[in-house]
Design a protein around this ligand. Structure first.
Ligand code: 3PG
Length: 216
């Protein structure tokens, strides 16, 4: 075990406990706290706030300050600077759609629990070489879906995955039934239209319904 893999342990534990990870693209900072409260009310506490909008960092900051039940991580982390931002905001973890050598080096140096993304065996091997135990499989459905993930398990039986990309409420259970899948991520848990309309109770309901569909 390398130091890097042990720094992933908190991320692995959080993923395994949560099983669902909402991939959140927050357009307005004012939406952040009601959104996080809506998801927490529906039973989901692990939140991935993607760095895809100008509001993302302030949104993460607001949730960390005002919703103590939420376990906030930053997603769409693609540079060392993004990783530093995650740490300076007090995020618990960071996730990336990919895994460049520069990003993997920065993650090792920073010590923040980090889940890189992979879509091919070579990318997976680069993560394994550096001691990663859990990776995001992205974009899960376009990159081959459940069949591809099962194929990865042949040469890499120890690896654990969080598939995201193209997965919805009705497919999460099927992915989670695979022994190598610790959690499933997706934006279906916080649809843009519901956020724009402030339909927070609908988001709570989606979270509840999605959790109820998972195997116990
Ligand atoms: C991600 O970054 O994980 C994806 O954008 C989520 O994909 P989805 O929108 O298809 O759920």
């Amino acid at each position: 075990m390398t130091a890097l893999s042990s720094s992933q342990a908190p991320a692995l534990a959080l993923l395994a406990e949560s099983r669902l990870v909402p991939v959140l693209t927050i357009e307005k900072v004012a939406d952040a706290v009601p959104l996080a409260r809506a998801l927490v009310a529906g039973g989901i506490t692990m939140l991935e706030i993607t760095l895809r909008t100008p509001a993302a960092a302030d949104a993460a900051r607001a949730i960390i300050a005002e919703v103590p039940e939420a376990l906030v991580g930053l997603g769409t982390v693609t540079t060392a600077k993004d990783l530093e931002l995650a740490r300076s905001l007090g995020a618990r973890f960071a996730l990336s759609p990919g895994a460049t050598p520069a990003l993997l080096d920065a993650a090792a140096a920073l010590g923040l629990p980090f889940v890189p993304g992979i879509a091919t065996p070579s990318e997976l091997m680069a993560a394994v070489e550096r001691g990663f135990e859990v990776v995001k499989f992205f974009p899960a459905v376009p990159a081959g879906g459940i069949a591809a993930l099962k194929a990865f398990a042949g040469p890499f039986p120890e690896m654990r995955f969080c598939p995201t990309g193209g997965i919805g409420e009705d497919q999460a259970a099927e992915w989670l039934a695979l022994p190598q899948v610790v959690a499933v991520g997706g934006s279906w848990l916080a649809p843009t239209k519901l956020m724009r309309d402030g339909q927070w109770s609908e988001i709570t309901e989606i979270a509840r319904r999605s959790l109820a569909k998972l195997p116990r």
